[in-house]
Design a protein around this ligand. Structure first.
Ligand code: AOF
Ligand code: ZN
Length: 365
């Protein structure tokens, strides 16, 4: 049984892991705390970026830099230590070599590449325990775990609307429906995502910049515009050099006015829908190392993603305002009957300034 000290250490490891959200793809976020035999913290670390040292190696290095002897100690880590030599050596072996006596981890490694660390540790006589605060650690790594399972990026659809579900007024104006607090929260979502996706209608209406504030260019999300007819103008703000940009167009689009712009040609959506094929877009992004997508709109694109079953989480920012007319937050999602409604389960409700933020996930159907 894990001790209370180990549970505290795991909570700390989950928090450490979260510091690198948005910076580690295609790898997970991972945190690690090394405890001495008496339960004192000897070292802690987290995985900062793909290709860099794993959390366990960071924590061992921190303990050693502080002059601590970790022999006989316990490693508390959010993910099962890896068993493979990839860009760095196997953490299971590093923990064995350091003389760690016990390893407590939250989530089993679901990848064929890295799995097997617990068995390696056990074979070397290290006590292992799985599942401590598994739900919290899995929630912290939801994007990565979902992308491993589905072999496509995790998709979060975010929208802002009035209480009557409208995202713009009848005259098309939409600035600002929600409060500064809500908008700051959206910047956090952007910073945590690998890619931010918008449709060409949103681009035309808002000319958004889509870069994450307070982030250096190394970890800026990829800005993706779904632009079937390549209607983006060369001077659009999304094409500046603050962050990389990808324009997804139809196979027959004329892109002569976009020299030097990263363009990908994708098939059209099937089943009588407009726009591009969502699974093809997600496969393209996955191939580029994108593991989490923030889908920012507009309503038609969000409808296409939902119709394709490609939304894993919905975050709605609801302002206490009414418009009574104007476009809805969501367009045609392929639903024609109440029986066919896309049912969600609310996982969180928060107040941001005057607004409500509702987080929900599709119920398993
Ligand atoms: C990480 N950071 O702290 C841990 C990971 O790309 P590689 O060779 O560094 O290996 C990545 C895999 O290693 C990753 O998918 C996961 O299964 C495992 N553990 N990875 O990036 C870490 N502990
Ligand atoms: Zn590792």
């Amino acid at each position: 049984m894990a001790t209370a000290t180990e549970a505290d250490a795991m909570r700390r490891a989950v928090a450490l892991a979260a510091r690198a959200l948005g910076a580690t793809s295609p790898n997970p976020v991972v945190g690690c705390v090394i405890l001495g035999p008496q339960g004192t913290v000897l070292g802690e670390g987290w995985h900062r970026r793909a290709g860099g040292p794993h959390a366990e190696a960071e924590a061992l290095a921190a303990a050693s830099a502080a002059g601590h002897d970790v022999r006989g100690g316990t490693a508390v880590v959010t993910l099962e230590p890896c068993n493979h030599t990839g860009r760095t050596g196997p953490c299971a072996q590093a923990l064995i070599d350091a003389g760690i006596a016990r390893v407590v981890y939250a989530v089993a490694d679901p990848t064929d590449t890295a799995t097997g660390g617990a068995a390696t540790l056990a074979a070397a006589g290290v006590a292992t325990e799985a599942g401590l605060l598994e739900d919290e650690a899995a929630a912290g790594n939801a994007a990565w775990l979902t992308s491993v399972r589905r072999e496509r990026p995790f998709v979060l659809w975010k929208y802002a609307a009035t209480l009557d579900g409208r995202s713009a007024a009848a005259d098309g104006t939409s600035r600002w429906i929600t409060s500064a607090d809500s908008r700051a929260d959206v910047h956090r979502l952007r910073a945590e995502a690998d890619a931010v996706v918008v449709g060409s209608g949103t681009l035309r209406a808002d000319d958004p910049h889509l870069a994450a504030r307070d982030r250096d260019s190394a970890v800026q999300p990829l800005r993706v515009v779904v632009d079937t007819h390549a209607s983006v103008k060369p001077g659009a703000r999304v094409l500046d050099d603050a962050a990389p940009t990808l324009i997804a167009v139809g196979e027959d689009a004329d892109t002569g006015h976009l020299p030097g712009v990263d363009v990908v040609r994708l098939p059209r959506a099937g089943a009588g829908r407009g726009g591009l094929d969502v699974p093809a877009l997600l496969a393209e992004l996955y191939g580029r190392g994108v593991r989490s997508v923030l889908l920012e709109g507009g309503p038609a694109l969000a409808g296409s993603f939902l119709a394709a079953g490609a939304v894993d989480r919905v975050v709605g920012y609801l302002a206490p305002a009414l418009l009574g007319a104007g476009p809805a937050a969501l367009g045609d999602a392929g639903v024609g009957t109440i029986a066919g409604a896309l049912r969600l389960e609310v996982t969180d409700v928060a107040r941001l300034g005057p607004d409500l933020r509702i987080t929900a996930v599709p119920t398993a159907s």
